[in-house]
Design a protein around this ligand. Sequence first.
Ligand SMILES: Nc1ncnc2c1ncn2[C@@H]1O[C@H](COP(=O)(O)OP(=O)(O)OP(=O)(O)O)[C@@H](O)[C@H]1O
Length: 516
Amino acid sequence: MATLLKELPSFSVLLSAYASISAMVMLIRTILNEMVPERMRDYIASKFSELTSTYFSSEFTFFIEDRWQASDNQLFRAAEVYLPTRIGPSSDSLLVGFNDSNEPTAPPKRSIPVNCTIMDDFEGIRLEWTFSSIETKKCYVPNKRYFAVTCKKSARERVEQRYFTYISKEAQVILNKRESLSIYTYDQDCSMWESAVFKHPAKFETLAIEPKLKQFIMGDLDSFGKRKEFFENVGRAWKRGYLLYGPPGTGKSSLVAAIANYLSYDIYDLQFQIVRNDADLRRILTSTTNRSILLIEDIDCSTNVSRGRAQVKEKPEDEEDDEPKSPSAIDPGVTLSGLLNFIDGLWSSCGNERIIIFTTNHKEMLDPALLRPGRMDVHIYMGYCTPAAFRKLSTTYLGIKEAGIKEAKLFGCIDELIESIEVTPAEVAQQLMISDDPKTALEGLIDFLNVKKKKTEEGVVEKEEKTEEGDMIIKDKSPAAPTAEQRQQQKMKRMPQHHEKKGILEKIKTKLPGIN
Ligand SMILES: Nc1ncnc2c1ncn2[C@@H]1O[C@H](COP(=O)(O)OP(=O)(O)OP(=O)(O)O)[C@@H](O)[C@H]1O
């Protein structure tokens, strides 16, 4: 010990060493101040302090941004669902509100405000969450939102391997338990999906369609939900495409609502006309969630995927086109191949448990490529009202479970009229709503059907006269009464689709392997 003390430098030596080091530092600082610009000095200082704090800090921070590469970040979504359940007394702020106008007195829902800090515990690990949002300069690019999760460095691996998986599972459980569904519509100005509470009363029980068709659709949906492994084994994306076609008012939208309620899936209602181009479509579609329905209504209104597009393309360039050009509002930049890429192309593998539904009033207008086998798995014709559909409507609207003696005669008359003209379930439902008294409502429906029948017959006669003369002059509306045979012939000419009513099931084309 004594030898060791002897070898230590004396106090005066230490003092002089300190003085010379300080002088050296002062000299270097003066040189740096003189030679290095101030901004550069600040940058070096901040980097130096960042480096030392990272090296010596005992904490680790994960960042979870709202986007991950080209898609929505599913971990971010899970955190959005999970974190509101962890808001406790230690949180200093909270975002509250609701968008369900059906229940204005319900307690508000919770969400996370910007810069709010939330503490969570997992297997003895303390975690601190902070939510941030950075505004972007470009108006069509949404704000960049992210969570920062801080934990002890020693717990980093457990958080990465176990905690984040736990959050995803918890979020799924919360989503499965929620009482209301959401319907999303795309806001092109903010470049994001906006949601509203979806509480549509349509159910399969209230749908007035042929019972066999109903059974088929429900069975198809059931088997789709159970076939995760099947889809994996056959190397296909876990998706199902439905094309609903038929005249307006035959229940296409009601069927979509019934499917959403049956499966408890959210609906993404995409107005195709607002999509700028294929890249835009890709971004929009990759930001939808699993277990959801992508709905594109009136797909024929998009000129780029309608049959006209193919015909226009085939025309020689110098050929005059007498057809007026479609206004740009209905001529989006999305190409058919861009859309098909999502249905069965490479992008179709993005996401799982998805239902894609297209509706159209004019199937014949669609580009054949969209109708080819393997594209839309099931084609469903939603036809005019049939006696069976009318029975369902009378149960739903008038509470008539089975026609008694009183109604039997009226029912017989209605059945006959319904079979002889084209009347939509929407029109029949409208008439049944006129009175709460079943007899009055049914009689009102008979009057309506009789008027419609008369008008239709008059229309046919008028149309035939027009066709013969080849001009557009409106003729006298009072027709010469046609004979029964003539009426039958007129009906056959006028309603080629009417006969399809009876063969609705033949119109269903099932293309998924494994379903017969
Ligand atoms: N098959 C049906 N079963 C029960 N209700 C129906 C049916 N068809 C139509 N309706 C009633 O008529 C209204 C309009 O129907 P819906 O909007 O579903 O028809 P649509 O075929 O989607 O029409 P569009 O092609 O014009 O969009 C609905 O509110 C619904 O109450």
